[in-house]
Design a binder for this molecule. Sequence first.
Ligand SMILES: Nc1ncnc2c1ncn2[C@@H]1O[C@H](COP(=O)(O)OP(=O)(O)OP(=O)(O)O)[C@@H](O)[C@H]1O
Length: 303
Amino acid sequence: MITLEGLTKTYGATRAVDSLDLTVSPGRVTGFLGPNGAGKSTTMRMILGLDAPTDGVALVDGRPYADWPSPLTKIGALLDAKALHPRRTARNHLIAMAHSNGIPVSRVDAVLSIVGLDPVTRKRAGQFSLGMGQRLGIAGALLGDPEVLMFDEPVNGLDPDGVRWVRELMRSLAAEGRTVFVSSHLMSEMQLTADQLVVIGRGRLIADAPVAEVIAGSSRSTVAVRVPDLRQHAVLRERLTAEAERVDSVDERLIVTGLPVERVGDLAHELGVRLHELHTEHASLEEAYMELTADSVEYGVAS
Ligand SMILES: Nc1ncnc2c1ncn2[C@@H]1O[C@H](COP(=O)(O)OP(=O)(O)OP(=O)(O)O)[C@@H](O)[C@H]1O
């Protein structure tokens, strides 16, 4: 479990992270989202003790990272996949990490195999593609078989196969009961990978909720209702227009914004309108996210 209490980091006048209170729980994948400069990497760096908070605390299973005697066996992280010694081979890079944390070398070969790097273990990290570097970084995170895993943009540079592999890995790590905290800008991928979402903007918490709840909370969700009879279509349309924010006709369908599906169904029933279809069309996570963060985008393009 990761716990943040009033976590704050300022750089001069910039409040990179601003009084964050958060619990990241085990047994699920928690996506960490926010526009560029929102404070995601700074938060992750403070969890790993790489940056000191200006105020507040970041705890891993109840203690600051630095207080764990063998931290890699408690929390594994991929922060910057390029932070590798270019002349070291993949295997030697992991052996050096294992030695400094009292982890047996047998585990190095195990994690190289998990990430699919066994054919290139003797290649120097400097010759790695971006995707191979990501896989090596993930191998490093898994090395200590930790209960808590944290990944900053793990699918950067991966091809579609690699993206799917990361998704399945995250899901299986969470299914084993581990805490998985992962940042990403790829909303479609997060919609498939995460159970819970934490959204921040300008260092502050905007949302902390299950993925389905974040999507359902978007005002961009609509209700679609199909009325085959033309006259009834017009009658229902008129009635819905009086209550809904907006009603559009698309062939036999009415697309209703700003009314719950139950209300649309009840109104149709009251008017004796025969329906062939009635369902909510949820916004995508991307649409919900854009709406949530609209006020927090630092480098937006004027539209
Ligand atoms: N070492 C530093 N010195 C000064 N300002 C910094 C430093 N590190 C981060 N910042 C500032 O803190 C804010 C948060 O940056 P951070 O990198 O944590 O955001 P992020 O959410 O990870 O962004 P991105 O999605 O672009 O990676 C930004 O305004 C950034 O410019």
